[in-house]
Design a protein around this ligand. Structure first.
Ligand code: SF4
Ligand code: SF4
Length: 342
């Protein structure tokens, strides 16, 4: 019931809907069949699923979903495993979860049982009710494996005749996956999506606008030295934070059942919900010249760094930080800038 309440809140459904979701979930304890495919991936999204706290991995795998095929966790191997996938395809009406990108340059970069991953995805999607791309690699082909010669592509580039929902982050946030599946089971509909096929419920707000360090940004306090305890709470922009370009609810819905999230733990946001991640956001720990955010704020020169003093600081401000802080463009223009940069 706690999870049903969370789904209701996430998708802004009326309070009474909690009961409907609980009922639909109970009915689905015929359990929705799920085929989980892994292509060019690191299995990080599978790891993330297995670390789920609410619901727990056991509840998810044994009670909530009927995972018929999952290369990392299934007991069956070889022909037995492939037979389970084929039988589920014949039944139809299942959910396909795709983890990892699909090679575009040459199918031979990723083959399973002598079949290319592209073929496996297309064949498995054929009778599916819903296809969900989990993680940045399956969403955009743009995660870390997307920078390899195989030229990874996202699942929506290939599957065109089925509803596709993308849940980028590196790795996937299990609560988003479970909520999306439960929303689909209880309404029979795909949640409202943005232009990148991400549910609006999770990806409509700019991280920078909800960041716990936003006050430090406004004061012009920017962390330059990880070892200086006085800077511990400072804004991470100069350490490469992509929060001003990243649409996500990470600051409101923390990871691991509310334990923490990147910026609160002291790490700059890497922008892993965005199509620009990883290549165009690299290097991850350097300020991005392409950011244009405002409005104008005073800058605390002391915090900009013991290392940057006098003329050096003025030069840095004129060429880098000054541009970041003092120019203001709306998000549409910023997206255009990003497309050009890509
Ligand atoms: S730049 Fe990053 S750390 Fe600084 S306020 Fe924005 S999101 Fe937070
Ligand atoms: S805070 Fe940024 S890097 Fe961390 S999970 Fe959220 S979007 Fe990804």
């Amino acid at each position: 019931m706690k999870l049903c309440g969370a789904v209701t809140a996430a998708f802004s459904l009326p309070a009474g809907f909690k009961r409907d979701i609980a009922y639909a979930t109970e009915q689905a304890i015929k359990k929705p069949p799920v085929i989980w495919l892994e292509g060019q991936d690191c299995a990080g999204c599978s790891e993330s699923l297995l670390s789920s706290l609410n619901p727990s991995a056991e509840e998810l795998i044994l009670e909530t979903l009927s995972i018929r095929y999952h290369e990392t966790i299934m007991a069956g191997t070889g022909m037995v495993a492939e037979h389970a996938r084929e039988e589920t395809i014949k039944e139809g009406g299942y959910i396909v979860v795709v983890e990892g990108s699909i090679p575009k340059a040459d199918d031979r970069f990723c083959e399973i049982g002598g079949k290319s991953f592209r073929e496996i995805v297309m064949e498995t999607a054929e009778n599916a009710a819903l296809v969900i791309g989990v993680g940045s690699c399956a969403s955009y082909g743009a995660g870390i494996v997307g920078t390899t010669p195989s030229e990874g592509g996202g699942v929506a580039e290939f599957v065109k005749n089925k509803p596709v929902v993308l849940l980028p982050t590196c790795p996937v946030k299990p609560s988003r996956l479970v909520s999306t599946i439960m929303y689909y089971l209880s309404t029979g509909k795909v949640p409202e999506l943005d232009r990148y096929k991400r549910p609006v419920a999770f990806y409509s707000e700019l991280l920078h606008d909800n960041c716990p360090r936003r006050g430090q940004f406004e004061k012009g306090n920017f962390l330059t030295d990880w070892n200086d305890p006085r800077q511990r709470e400072y804004c991470l922009l100069l350490k490469g934070c992509k929060g001003p370009r990243t649409y996500t609810d990470c600051a409101q819905v923390w990871w691991n059942d509310g334990a923490n999230f990147c910026i609160n733990a002291g790490a700059p946001c890497a922008g892993c919900t965005q199509p620009e991640f990883y290549a165009a956001f690299s290097p991850l720990y350097d300020k991005q010249e392409i950011f244009n955010i405002g409005p104008a704020r005073s800058i605390n020169l002391d915090s900009v760094g013991a290392a940057l003093t006098g003329a050096a600081a003025a030069g840095a401000l004129a060429h880098g930080l000054g541009r970041v802080i003092f120019e203001k463009k709306d998000s549409q223009d910023q997206d255009e800038d990003m497309r050009e940069a890509l």
